[in-house]
Ligand binder design. Structure first.
Ligand code: HEM
Length: 495
């Protein structure tokens, strides 16, 4: 036994010495904490709360190292980047997602998030028009209706003390996204219920667990694991939903076509769920197979509902923690709506400047996707280093959002920083809450419209209070709150 240990130690010292001697001068410095042979693997072990602590620690270490660093998962070298200019160059040059995204493929297939570059290039071009402003304007009525329902549901919590806001925000965001993506509402409880929400939340956990256990990275070992069996159970629930919806909607689409209804000649935006655009592209132009439509629907549903619910949750908690911010939101709402309880219009959305600043500042403080990854498909020459072709490159939005480029108050929640474009960082990647480079979020405008409408309704009616400093979070692919995120609400007094 002793001889095995001695051989291993000898071998690892040899590998480390060899690595150091052969380290290209242009290679970024290693992050602290590497052990011989295994590199930084030991730091990955633990639960997703430890993974989040590690992400923060490594992001700060990378900032201190000048914005680019390397680390090792066993013998596999990877990079971590927190420099805005370097992140921009990498994400505009390398459009291939890293192999880690393949863990999500059984779920999202060739949807835009997980698609390999050649498919992504064609499908993103086809889907971009589905997110144009005219189509999005057709969703405002849904956003208003949903926000009113949320406000009504919350009445039961008034003056009752702290409550779990996710119990309201997750179903509300899921329903809004289901309506806009698939034209399905919650009246069909057999399709969309808490089982679906649990299945998607569990999938995040399974993907994270697989990432933290390098021996499950290979499909061969993973396919034999109990984690795979649990994953399959969740997938069954999610697939059942998208299969059923697609069959139903496709039949309706073909039926409507057969009956050749006269063209709707009414002017202005009309409600067009994304699934109808996908079906039209599939049926009229042969652009997608049924499998691909389902994968896009699953991707849009997941990326739409979970992110907006979380961003609303963090925003309400932060606003509840800063009374002066809540006052300013109240003033802005009063200037726009007076005492009227009317719907939010397209015009109002462009005037809700402070509310949008609060949302962006919240996502800067709590980036929902704190780390994204790209596979380098060529050598990338940065200002100070050259990154090698073939390696994994992690880009830390958490680190970017704490870069000194944001000024001395970078750690503070200051929505006002968004109101003066001259003092904001000029590099577009400094704010990466919606991703960066050419694979940036396709749903950014949708998300801002939907969240601003919801918050305008909520803050017109309620005053919230909470304390974000008590919140504990995990990294389950996305930044997830686990405790301390409850808020209290009371009625806002009329001025
Ligand atoms: C607060 C809300 C949202 C946040 C913070 C957010 C964040 C992000 C981030 C960080 C990425 C980049 C992922 C990567 O590079 O690996 C992304 C991509 C994406 N998001 Fe969003 N998102 C939000 C809302 C939405 C909505 C509402 C939709 C659709 C209805 C959506 C659809 C997508 C899609 C399809 C991609 C993949 C884009 C591509 O690779 O071409 N997102 N999002």
């Amino acid at each position: 036994m002793l001889s095995v240990v001695l051989v291993l130690v000898f071998l690892s010292c040899g590998i480390l010495a060899w690595r150091r001697r052969n380290r290209n001068k242009d290679e970024p410095p290693p992050l602290p904490g590497a052990l011989p042979l295994i590199g930084h693997i030991h730091l990955l072990l633990g639960n997703s709360s430890q993974l989040w602590d590690l992400t923060k620690k490594m992001s700060y270490a990378c900032l201190n190292a000048g914005g680019v660093a390397s680390f090792y998962i066993g013998p596999r070298p990877m990079y971590l980047v927190t420099d805005p200019e370097d992140c921009m160059l990498i994400t505009n040059t390398c459009l291939q997602k890293d192999a880690f995204y393949d863990f999500g493929k059984p779920w999202l297939g060739d949807g835009l998030i997980t698609a390999a570059f050649p498919i992504w290039k064609v499908h993103r071009k086809l889907l971009n028009p589905a997110f144009n402003q005219f189509i999005l304007d057709g969703f405002i009525d849904v956003f208003n209706r949903q926000a009113r329902r949320l406000v009504k549901d919350l009445v039961g919590e008034v003056d009752k003390g702290p409550f779990d806001q996710f119990d309201y925000l997750l179903p509300s965001s899921l329903e809004t996204t289901c309506l806009t993506v698939m034209a399905v509402d919650f009246s069909d409880k057999s399709l969309l219920n808490s089982k679906y929400v649990h299945a998607t939340q569990n999938m995040y956990k399974f993907v994270t667990e697989r990432f933290q256990k390098p021996w499950l990275h290979s499909d061969v070992t993973f396919n034999w694991s109990s984690l795979k069996r649990k994953q399959d159970e969740s997938l069954k629930i999610m697939r059942n939903m998208s299969d059923t919806v697609l069959k139903k909607r496709k039949a309706e689409y073909l039926n409507n076509k057969k009956q050749a209804k006269p063209e709707d000649t009414a002017e202005g935006p009309k409600f067009t769920p994304f699934i109808d655009i996908l079906l039209e592209l599939a049926i009229e132009k042969g652009a997608f197979s049924d499998r691909q439509i389902k994968e896009h629907v699953d991707t849009l549903l997941l990326s739409g509902y979970d992110t907006t619910a979380s961003a609303l949750m963090y925003t309400m908690l932060l606003v509840g923690s800063y009374p002066e911010v809540q006052e300013k939101i109240g003033d802005e709402l009063h200037n726009i709506f007076g005492d009227k309880d009317r719907d939010v219009t397209k015009q109002d959305l462009s005037e809700l400047v402070y509310l949008e600043a609060v949302l962006k500042e919240t996502i800067r403080m709590y980036p929902l996707a704190p780390i994204i990854a790209r596979k380098l498909d060529q050598d990338i020459k940065l200002r100070n280093y050259t990154l090698s072709n073939g390696r994994t490159c992690l880009l830390s939005a958490y680190g970017l959002h704490r870069h000194p480029i944001w000024g001395p108050n970078v750690e503070q929640f200051k929505p006002e920083r968004w109101l003066n474009s001259e003092t904001l960082p000029q590099c577009p990647t400094a704010f990466s809450g919606f991703g960066m480079g050419r694979r940036i979020c396709i749903g950014k405008s949708y998300a801002l419209m939907s969240m601003k409408t919801t918050l305008a309704h909520v803050f017109r009616r309620y005053r919230v209070s909470g304390n974000h400093l008590l919140m504990k979070t995990n990294l389950d692919v996305m930044l997830k709150p686990v405790s301390g995120y409850y808020i209290k609400i009371e009625m806002r007094k009329k001025t």
